[in-house]
Design a protein around this ligand. Sequence first.
Ligand code: PLP
Length: 408
Amino acid sequence: MEKKTGGGLFAMEIRAAERLGHFPVYLFDKLDADKTAVQARGVDVISLGQGDPDEGTPPDIIAELARTAISPANHHYPSFKGMPEYLQAIADFYRDNFGVALEPGPEILSLIGSKSGVGRLPLALVNPGEVILCPDPCYPAYIPGMILADARIQYMPLLEKNQFLPDLTQIPSQVARRAKLMLLNYPNNPTAAVATQDFLKEVVQFARKYEIIVAYDAPYNMMVFDDEKPLSFLQIPGAKEIGVEFHSMSKLFNMTGWRCAWVAGNRHVIDALSRLISNVDMGIFKPIQFAAMKALKNGTVFMQKMNRLYQERRDAVVNGLKELGWHVPPSRGTFFMWLPVPEKDKESIPFALELLQKTGVLITPGRGFGEHGEGYLRIALTVDVERLKDAVRRIKEAGYIYNPPQPA
Ligand SMILES: *Cc1c(COP(=O)(O)O)cnc(C)c1O
């Protein structure tokens, strides 16, 4: 091939590595494009799609960032492990909220977002061909790491009849024996289900029996409603012998952009992840760690306030859609709602596309979270209650009414 180097013209074809082609196809292309097109028509799209808190980070946390950002001592490379004071604040948070004792050094590791930790965990633990048990539907960020690790993915369906908990008895024992890792996430994104202590005890037993490491993703474990109590996987007797819990400032304190999180629990798992991360990453910017410490120490009132806010929003949507004859199970936790597509013969993606076109309301089709997400829709409660009511009003006006209540 003739290479043209003169005049800056150099015609080399740049090809990405083949492994990038192994990632699942992105199912939201059409929805993203339609959203832009609908907005271009001048429609004020109400996006109930992405789960990114709309309320800002509390001012005292921002003030702590600003205060500590001034000092040049805080501008150096941070240790990937996390500052001892940051790790201690996390240990105190677990002691105060869950009665769990953690040793800050070996049992807690800082992460620049739990996505970057849970997403890379397979690379630190799983050999090619070993099985990872993964929920379906699930948070999509679990998938690329499993693929990069050449793991064999065995999906565990989350079904409504099982309260969206995986049925461990359905996992064939020869698969369980080859499994190295199980991913779990409660309160769950996208199904908004919570785990029970009994279920988590069953998980610990199962993991011990088959020698499976459990990675429990728990960014919403303080975000529960009604009579539900916050629950950490590490509270379960024996959990620390087999697993770790990922947690994050992102959803707790409206800090998604800050990239501040951690993993806690089994020291061997944390050691393996540390060995990977220390080679590919740096730690969290120190002023962010200072700000997080402050939030973890004084955050109880703020978290309660946010829970009341999300609960109020949830109730507005549940009541509004119920009046239109939709079947809307109230979420037990997270700021999501998970509900069946109200038209039985319609799949989630066409339904969401049509709804967006007709109403300017964007909700996420469940199919984007896995095969067993088909037939469902996810609503993110990350807009204010007036806008949620407006969304319901538009849905009503567009005629998405299924079983109108009888007049009194
Ligand atoms: C939002 C979310 C996370 C990621 O949080 P970051 O700490 O911001 O990376 C992880 N898991 C689930 C299930 C989430 O919904």
